[in-house]
Design a protein around this ligand. Sequence first.
Ligand SMILES: [Ca+2]
Ligand SMILES: [Ca+2]
Length: 356
Amino acid sequence: MLRRRLGVAALVLTPLILPTALATAANVASPAVNPAARVAATTVTGTVAATDSLNDGSTAGSNSAAVFVVPTQIQGAQTRPGSRGFGYDLGGVATVESLDLFQYVGGSSRGARARLADVVVHTAAGDFAATLPDQDAVTITLPTPVATSWVTLETNTQHDGADPAIGIAELGVSASKGISPRRANVALGRPVTLLGTGWSGTGDLTDNVLAGATSDLSTSRVNAAGGATSLGLDIDLGASATVNGLGLAENDYGASGGRRLAQGVRLLFSDDPTFATVNGTRDLTLANIPYQQVDFDPAAGRYVRLTLLSRYSNRDESFGVTEVQLFAVPEPTAVALVLPALMLLRRTPRERTRVH
Ligand SMILES: [Ca+2]
Ligand SMILES: [Ca+2]
């Protein structure tokens, strides 16, 4: 079988004397280039381990080496919609120029799988809609490069196919200016207390694992009675911190289809574990995607309570979450390149369509 790989060639550069003209786009989603990158995706088939295939450099795909998603609107195919997207926490700020998407259409007894059609690229610097051609490999070029520490590809529609479960073999994120530090995630490694009853799954919500699976809840927590207004969680930051950003990764596909993702979220900040005295309240509106980072006016406290105010419509009533991040001020002041070696992304010889 012909296997295509994203070829890499190590080139050791000294960033401070790197002429701009020599800056070549690197795949900042690749662990070899950017060890801080984390997959933020939920596969509808297989285990959570399969999500590692999203950024392993292999574009071939298989039933065990692809992330499978089912978009919300299906043309001419019956399914239970739908997943809301996939992407990355880049762990630092990159200037993203384009996304390189590779899809896998094999492995189904039904026939060739469908491919994505209408998508929206979400970043810290805005959202960018694109309609993709009906082919495996597509480069989505942003109108202008954007500085962002996260990328989510929202999946809205798909082309017709014999199997509506789309295989995503690889998603590269091209950036040419390296990675600079971002705000510290002060929730990382901190204890979480789940609120409400009916939780299942064994996921650690502050372990920096943002990937999940429908039938593998080892990295997620799911609440089937997700409509309860008391649903939420507390995080003990260990010491008072001033926070101005939330990162939320949700497990977005359940047994009945897409889960109802968080829309309105309330954050309470307190130095009292019972929240009898609240230092600040921040109500946020999230996009209908499974991973995003949202900024807000700074608020301080040792204890942070996250509750759901409203959720988006979808087939599965449950709520699923895999990671909660809280980003602290001040912003990092040092904008230093942290890539000792720039990995060059060599394009495959196969013709690719660029979408703007
Ligand atoms: Ca791959
Ligand atoms: Ca986690």
